[in-house]
Design a protein around this ligand. Structure first.
Ligand code: ADP
Ligand code: MG
Ligand code: ZN
Length: 602
């Protein structure tokens, strides 16, 4: 995990560098091209050029009247007797040519020799070629430094976000969390009250939670409720191309905060800078400096300064423990994905400004969207409003919502795409495989819809009914989930005796589940309940020499077993698999009721 994060940051930096280099390269190519073009034009500008040998001959015959040359140039203008136009000639070695001309003049040839100083105009190309690259380099550096926010203070924080209008009422659900945070609002409003009592107020509050659960929203709401400025920055913005800049950005951020106190400083994605300090290699050292600066700033708060630092992350396990010490982020609040009541509240808030048809039941939508975050719910309502507009409905209806849910979860339906019969058959068996296998797995949710109409990047999909909210998932349930996921691939293998790339996402998800089972949830009997996740190799080795191999073997065993179970189930119920696949080829889509009918007796 740690490594992956580093890679992400490296990628970001590399991208910036690459773009700069590309621009530079483009400019150089452009200049070179222009220069060549210019030289070519100069060479061809006169049709009557004189070949060098002809020039020598003409001089020897005494036919040349006048030679005009420019200092530093190899191009001459030559006037031949009895000819109107001057000719141009190019000499390679001007010195030896001059010697030749001089001997001819000494021999009595009458040649007018004119030496002209460099004209300003003729100097331009060479000036460009010499100095422009340097100028471009300079300009580029200035640009990069500006991007880094070194020269200018404007980009570091968004001044328009000084005060937010967000209030606790805009944050749906999360009642307990708001309860906890109200204290901070009160402190920001009346710091003296707490000081008098000698109470120490938390400096930092860490918000844990999946993306889209409302961490930023609730941080803004605290600032809004207390009516203090909200200064925000994302952790990934601290990670810069040049070493040391991250730290200087942190310093500037807190300088600003001190000037604006009382205020809220919000650091999003704090894991980008606060990742555990493990080694001393390259990008990590830079992160360390940034992290150290942050710790220094937070330790340096005096008791009169009313600054509260809020930070958000979805990967608490990645954070350096030093961040969590007293006086730093000593308060941690988990922001959960909303439960049924929370989802209903969120749907209510976000449908306030939308036109809803009278018979739309928000409660049933909340029931059908277990596991969705606030951001996803807000997104679904917005998509539904767009779909309803397209369909010319008077208000958002339930089928608009259903379409929006699919759009947000699996992507947009693409009916136009032409699919070969062979691909269709493969997809039909693949999806039928998922659906049939799930039907025979007691812990797996009921199938809501199976389709072979492409959506987003998926060639087809099997949708399940979402259950009531669950807080724990059992080992059996995870094992059966693996079987359901591999049911698609198993069906391909069984029926077509060939496999496709279509199962790549299933395999990705299955591998992650199997790995979590072994390394995070301690569900492997041979390895026992030990947390191996996010550990360095040496930390893992503590548990045995070949522990890495053993983990791999266990993960593989889980996957192999699940795949074989899927094959067995499908073999057993081959008739159902064939029937459903055929029906899919015919109708492209099977809904919940029709799917159930395949399994009714008789
Ligand atoms: P996070 O910072 O946790 O990734 P955000 O606070 O940025 O999530 O949430 C994104 C959007 O989702 C919000 O702007 C809001 O529209 C919606 N949202 C998320 N959670 C809630 C909530 N509890 N109440 C109301 N809206 C929410
Ligand atoms: Mg956020
Ligand atoms: Zn699949």
């Amino acid at each position: 995990m740690n490594k992956k994060d580093k890679d992400k940051n490296d990628k970001k930096e590399n991208k910036k560098l690459l773009i700069s280099l590309l621009i530079l390269l483009l400019l150089i190519v452009l200049i070179a091209g222009l220069a060549i073009f210019y030289v070519n034009i100069k060479g061809k500008e006169d049709e009557n050029t004189l070949a060098y040998t002809d020039l020598i001959k003409q001089i020897s015959y005494g036919n040349v009247e006048k030679i005009e040359m420019t200092v530093g140039s190899t191009t001459l203008k030559v006037k031949i007797k009895n000819e109107e136009k001057e000719k141009t000639a190019i000499v390679q070695n001007t010195e030896s040519f001059m010697e030749f001309v001089q001997t001819k003049v000494a021999e009595g040839n009458e040649i007018e020799l004119i030496q002209k100083p460099r004209s300003v105009l003729s100097q331009i190309p060479s000036v460009i070629i010499t100095f422009l690259p340097t100028a471009i380099m300079l300009a580029l550096f200035i640009m990069i430094f500006k991007m880094q926010g070194l020269g200018e203070k404007g980009k570091v924080y968004d001044e328009t976000e000084k005060k937010t209008k967000v209030k606790f009422d805009d944050v749906a659900g999360l009642e307990e969390e708001k309860e906890e945070l109200i204290e901070i609002v009160d402190f920001l409003k009346k710091p003296e009250k707490y000081a008098k009592m000698g109470a120490k107020i938390p400096r930092g509050v860490l918000l844990y939670g999946k993306p889209g659960t409302g961490k930023t929203l609730i941080a803004k709401a605290i600032a809004g409720e207390a009516n203090v400025p909200f200064i925000s920055m994302s952790g990934s913005e601290f990670i810069e191309m040049f070493a040391g800049l991250g730290a200087s950005r942190v310093r500037k951020l807190f300088e600003k905060a001190r000037r604006m106190a009382p205020c809220i400083v919000f650091i999003d994605e704090i894991d980008a800078i606060g990742a555990r300090r493990t080694s001393n290699s390259g990008a990590e050292t830079e992160n360390n400096q940034t992290l150290n600066q942050l710790l220094v700033e937070m330790d340096g708060f005096s008791s009169e300064e009313t600054i509260i630092v809020l930070a958000a992350t979805n990967r608490p396990e990645m954070l350096d423990k030093a961040l969590l010490r007293p006086g730093r982020f000593d308060r941690q609040i988990t922001i959960p994905t909303p439960d049924l009541k929370g989802r209903l509240e969120i749907l209510k808030i976000h449908s306030k400004d939308k036109k809803i048809s009278d018979d739309l039941n928000l409660e049933s939508i909340a029931e059908d969207t277990a596991g969705f975050t606030g951001a996803e719910l807000a997104n679904i309502l917005n998509e539904a409003a767009i779909i309803a507009t397209k369909r010319k409905h008077d208000g958002i209806e339930i089928d608009d919502i259903e379409e929006a849910v699919k759009k947000v979860t699996v992507g947009l339906e693409k009916r136009q795409r032409v699919i070969s019969e062979k691909d269709k058959k493969l997809t039909a068996y693949h999806e039928a495989g998922h659906a049939v296998v799930s039907k025979y797995l007691p812990t797996q949710a009921d199938v809501k819809e199976v389709s072979i109409i492409p959506r987003g990047v998926a060639g087809g999909y099997t949708m399940y009914k979402t259950d009531e909210d669950k807080y724990y998932i059992s080992k059996t349930e995870m094992q059966e989930k693996l079987i359901a996921l591999l049911g698609g691939r198993a069906a391909e293998k069984l029926v077509l005796d060939d496999i496709s790339t279509g199962a790549s996402n299933d395999i990705e998800v299955a591998t992650k589940i199997a790995r979590d089972m072994v390394t995070k949830y301690g569900m492997s009997d041979t390895l026992g309940p030990i947390d191996f996740q996010g550990k360095e190799p040496y930390e893992i080795q503590m548990f045995g020499e070949n522990i890495g191999d053993k983990i791999g073997q266990e993960v593989k065993r889980l996957i192999d077993t699940a795949y074989n179970d899927a094959l067995t189930l499908l073999n057993e119920h081959r008739d159902k698999l064939d029937k459903i696949a055929l029906s899919l080829l015919e109708k492209e889509k099977i809904n919940e009721e029709d799917f159930k009918k395949f399994f009714e007796e008789g």
